[in-house]
Design a protein around this ligand. Structure first.
Ligand SMILES: O=C(O)C(=O)C[C@H](O)C(=O)CO
Ligand code: ZN
Length: 265
């Protein structure tokens, strides 16, 4: 990626249009085969079942998925099992599922479903993980403008998966910096989805090898991909939260190589 200009970086690593009313958008990233998606089912339900794009009969024949609701109350139906999903609840969908249907309880305040799906080697039961069931960890320091609460949802300590990890980080009022210290993790890729950011604000998201840092200006409900070689950290011009999703062969959250701020170039 050395030499890539801003436009090339945006094309390869920024997911600008994931959320559109009454559409299901799924992006096959080819970074550790993670599929990143968004759906706003307002007037009609949206279904995920066909596997043509992933080369299997059914979408979930060889995949698991995490679905986070970032909007109004919604319903995720997994093979007839109905989960009512409030704002910041997450549904884990296990491999072997035949069909997932996404809908909203109210069309004028529709659910915003954000999805991460990765290859899985085992069938696990599909479950709802509410915000109250997630595991919070508070990090950072108000005086350094990086205080935040990270909530683990799909994680060995909360709710198991095959390889997927998923959680939500909320910045504390007045804090702007996420993911300090920045780090890389050779054994996992990561995708961020910034949300609850005002339309006039942006998160300046930093990516790249620690010796070649670049910035992407990211708007509300846009995603950024972070291959194993890239740092991922950001500073918002206003309040925000983000969903982080990871896949790789090591699920230990602290399996990271921190990079000192003074070593970034
Ligand atoms: O603000 C943070 O710190 C994070 O949310 C970090 C991410 O979860 C991450 O990068 C995990 O590897
Ligand atoms: Zn990370």
């Amino acid at each position: 990626m050395v030499g890539a200009d801003n436009q090339r970086l945006r094309e390869d690593f920024l997911l600008e249009t994931l959320f559109e009313k009454d559409r299901l958008n799924l992006v096959y990233t080819h970074i550790d085969r993670m599929i990143v998606g968004g759906a706003i089912p307002a007037e009609a339900a949206l279904e995920i079942s066909d596997g043509a794009a992933v080369g299997t009969e059914g979408f979930f024949d060889a995949r698991e998925m995490g679905i986070a609701n970032l909007g109004g109350a919604g319903v995720v139906e997994v093979d007839g099992q109905r989960f009512e999903v409030a704002n910041r609840d997450v549904v884990y969908v296990g491999r072997g599922t035949k069909a997932v249907t996404l809908s909203s309880l109210a069309a004028d305040e529709p659910a915003h479903f954000y999805m991460n799906s990765v290859p899985a080697g085992v069938d696990l039961p599909s479950v709802l993980i509410t915000k109250a069931q997630s595991k919070p960890v508070t990090m950072g320091d108000e005086a350094r403008a990086n205080k935040r609460t990270l909530r683990m949802y799909i994680h060995p300590e909360v709710s198991p998966s095959c390889l997927l990890l998923m959680g939500i980080t909320q910045l504390a009022p007045g804090s702007i910096w996420n993911t300090e210290p920045p780090h890389v993790h050779e054994r996992r890729m990561e995708a961020y989805l910034y949300f609850d950011l005002a339309p006039e604000d942006r998160v300046m998201h930093f990516m790249g090898e620690p010796s070649e840092v670049r910035a992407l200006s990211v708007a509300n409900l846009q995603g950024v991909l972070s291959p194993a070689w890239s740092i991922h950290m950001g500073a918002g011009t206003g309040p925000y939260a983000f969903v982080w999703g990871m896949t790789g062969e090591n699920q230990a959250y602290n399996d990271v190589t921190p990079v000192a701020i003074v070593d970034l170039r």
